[in-house]
Ligand binder design. Sequence first.
Ligand code: SAM
Length: 290
Amino acid sequence: MTTSTAANVPLGSLYVVATPIGNLDDISARALNILRSVALIAAEDTRHSARLLQHFGIGTPLAACHEHNERDQGGRFIARLQAGEDVALISDAGTPLISDPGYHLVRQARAAGVPVVPVPGPCALIAALSAAGLPSDRFIFEGFLPAKAAGRRARLEQVKEEPRTLIFYEAPHRILECLQDMQSVFGDERPALLARELTKTFETLKGMPLSELAAWVAADANQQRGECVVLVAGWQAPEGEEAVSAEALRVLDLLLAEMPLKRAAALAAEITGVRKNLLYQVALERQKDA
Ligand code: SAM
């Protein structure tokens, strides 16, 4: 049994509990049992969570744990855990720590030797991915993009050639400009999907190439409302490029910046040992995309 060193009292557990992202029926039986039985619920927004608890007839006391107080106030929760009380951590919706507060508290709890127990459940990115029909064996979650256009485009450039499925959260008032930036950075044809208002009345999942998706959202103001997840298919190397190593592509790109295409392909072939014709084709593709 884990015990606190000071008083030899068994430590409480910190339960990280997922709550619904819309449809209240998505809360798990285990989550309800834990929220009922803990001494305290640490919540991102106590007023918001009070409504959820009231709906389920749960009277457990709430205490604020949000991004502004989490680092400083974490000690209060840790003290209660060390005194043997169980604490649940919830956020406004979905899984805590996923674009939500909780990271510092979980870190502090683990550092203090307090057991941290995940109670899994709704999560918008996983719900969207599970229904998107995009490759789901490997994916990356980019969270929210920077709010300003320059920062957003710079971040998109960083993941332009990422082969895994990309998942983003976005605010509704920025969804159109976000999709338009994705179109200009990733290209018109890159498959994408907008998952909006998941589990709610106006749930919409629309999968199309980025140019069509951006046009569809532009043409319908209703698509610029509510909560959104954007998924984008990972980068696929143009034909031929798969056979060329990343190092050979790097050499080719450096040479392409300095000399005519044919000469660059020939020199890159000499340096890397890759067939000249293949590098020539790849160079043509890369210049087309540039
Ligand atoms: N912790 C949450 C989770 O597990 O998904 C995410 C919290 S984050 C502050 C809120 C963002 O998640 C929204 O802006 C939206 O991008 C996404 N989101 C949350 N609920 C959603 C829903 N019902 N449908 C689509 N996206 C949702």
